[in-house]
Design a protein around this ligand. Structure first.
Ligand SMILES: CC(=O)N[C@H]1[C@@H](OP(=O)(O)OP(=O)(O)OC[C@H]2O[C@@H](n3ccc(=O)[nH]c3=O)[C@H](O)[C@@H]2O)O[C@H](CO)[C@@H](O)[C@@H]1O
Ligand SMILES: C=C(OP(=O)(O)O)C(=O)O
Length: 433
């Protein structure tokens, strides 16, 4: 079995470069299939398992997709098929993002219905409600969702009950070719929404308001391929920020975009972490003692749910009681049990977790319950006694490129092994002073 083995106690120092954002690249690649003319060239693409999955989804539909040197080229000018089977959606829920583009271009799309996952039930009712408002018919059956329209979709006013990232993206892409104006109210405001809108506009779409809570899209007749560079991954950047802070280290995170991470930066500063803006990124310096704080996950610009478990690792090292409240996903505390295996003092109360710190974490064999939980357990291992062995790495590989190598370059004692070797001589950590 593959696992990552971390021995705690090393201070991280040096520079690490952030990859392009997973949550931006997936919708952008999906959007590229709306183009009936010309190729799209997408730069700063991270070599993630999810990127390979979306590439296979598109190839399976008859698009030409190539991925080389962090650039993806898509030629979708041939007639595409309009189906994404379960084998892809099972691997990655974001496969549902082809619904909007296919519906816009062909008036038909059929995609396996995504189930729930380790963080919640994750319905797609708001995506479908948006399509229906634009005149599409929706049929759900036999594990598939099928959407179809007679003729062009019609622009509509759509209010989202919750500012769903995926629903905003799917509706924005469908509306790009609709007749007339679509207005999405209470939409998501994440930086990845802005990146998608920028890409669509380069393709010839007319999208305004991305990054605010109302987006207006004036439909056009067709879109063409475009060239675009993906924004930096704010969650990968945040993960390295926590790694620096937890090890009392000093790390320059190149490419980290402070404007995308204000809530995280301010919470980490509250905990005593020093964060300095430099020309090409953020320098993060861990304090001798971390202070406890509270966080509540919220849609952007609130605190991101995708940083919740990593913050739990940091809080376990802080002086005093911290409280984490998860409001975005109803079940994103699976990692609590794994942290407990490492001697963490955590109490779940409804949608909150009470974190008692500081605690001397002990290395243990733990499983990544989702991709961010995997990262959080590695972070905890960086300052734990002895060896932490993290399994279920398929989750981690969906969202992080070479995390082991990058942390090792910063000085962590970490390796990824592909066998069942038992680590003997479990040494005590060298203390981080
Ligand atoms: C590929 C990608 O970009 N993934 C991100 C995206 O996921 P994703 O787009 O799936 O997340 P959403 O913003 O849609 O989900 C937010 C909340 O809305 C609910 N909901 C969503 C859609 C819907 O039709 N009905 C409904 O009730 C969800 O169950 C969840 O409770 O945003 C999440 C919230 O920031 C992040 O954690 C994910 O990393
Ligand atoms: C939950 C996440 O992603 P996804 O929506 O792709 O599952 C994440 O990136 O933390």
């Amino acid at each position: 079995m593959e696992k990552i083995i971390v021995r705690g106690g090393r201070q991280l120092k040096g520079t690490v470069k952030v990859e392009g954002a997973k949550n931006a690249v997936l919708p952008v690649i999906a959007a590229s299939i709306i183009a009936s003319e010309g190729k799209s060239k997408i730069h700063e693409v991270p070599a993630l398992a999810d990127v390979f999955t979306i590439k296979e989804v598109l190839r399976n539909m008859n698009a030409d997709v190539n991925f080389k040197n962090n650039t993806v080229t898509v030629d979708a000018t041939k007639k595409l098929t309009t189906e994404a089977p379960f084998e892809y959606v099972r691997k990655m829920r974001a496969s549902v993002l082809v619904l909007g583009p296919l519906l816009a271009r062909y008036g038909h799309a059929k995609v396996a219905m995504p189930g729930g996952c380790a963080i919640g039930s994750r319905p797609i009712d708001l995506h479908l409600k948006g399509f229906e408002a634009m005149g599409a018919k929706v049929h759900v059956g036999n594990g598939y969702v099928e959407v179809y329209a007679d003729g062009r979709l019609q622009g509509a006013k759509i209010y989202l009950d919750v500012p769903s990232v995926g629903a905003t993206e799917n509706i924005m892409m469908a509306a790009a070719l609709a007749e007339g104006r679509t207005i999405i109210e209470n939409c998501a405001k994440e930086p990845e929404i802005v990146d998608l809108a920028n890409f669509l506009n380069k393709m010839g779409a007319k999208v305004v308001g991305a990054g605010t809570d109302t987006i207006k899209i004036d439909g056009v007749d067709k879109l063409h391929g475009a060239e675009h560079a993906i924004i930096p991954d704010r969650i990968e950047a945040g993960t390295f920020m926590v790694a620096a802070a937890i090890t009392k280290g000093n790390v320059l995170i190149k490419g980290a975009e402070i404007d995308h991470m204000r809530s995280l930066v301010s919470k980490m500063e509250e905990m005593g972490v020093i964060i300095k803006e430099e020309k090409d990124g953020l320098r993060v310096i861990g304090p001798k003692k971390l202070k406890a704080t509270d966080i509540k996950t919220l849609p952007h610009p609130g605190f991101p749910t995708d940083m919740q478990s990593q913050m739990m690792s940091l809080m376990l090292n802080a002086q005093g009681t911290s409280v984490i409240t998860e409001t975005v996903f109803e079940n994103r505390f699976m990692h609590v049990e794994e942290f407990r295996r490492m001697n963490a003092k955590l109490k779940i109360e409804g949608r909150s977790v009470i974190v008692e710190g500081p605690v001397v974490l002990q290395g243990a064999e733990v499983a990544a319950t989702d991709l961010r939980a995997g990262a959080a357990l590695i972070l905890a291992g960086l300052n734990a006694e002895g060896y932490t062995r993290v399994t279920e790495l398929k989750h981690l590989d969906r969202g992080y490129v070479n995390l082991t190598e990058k942390l090792a370059q910063l000085g962590a004692d970490i390796e990824r092994v592909d066998d069942d070797r038992i680590v003997v001589n479990i040494s005590k950590r060298t203390s981080i002073s």
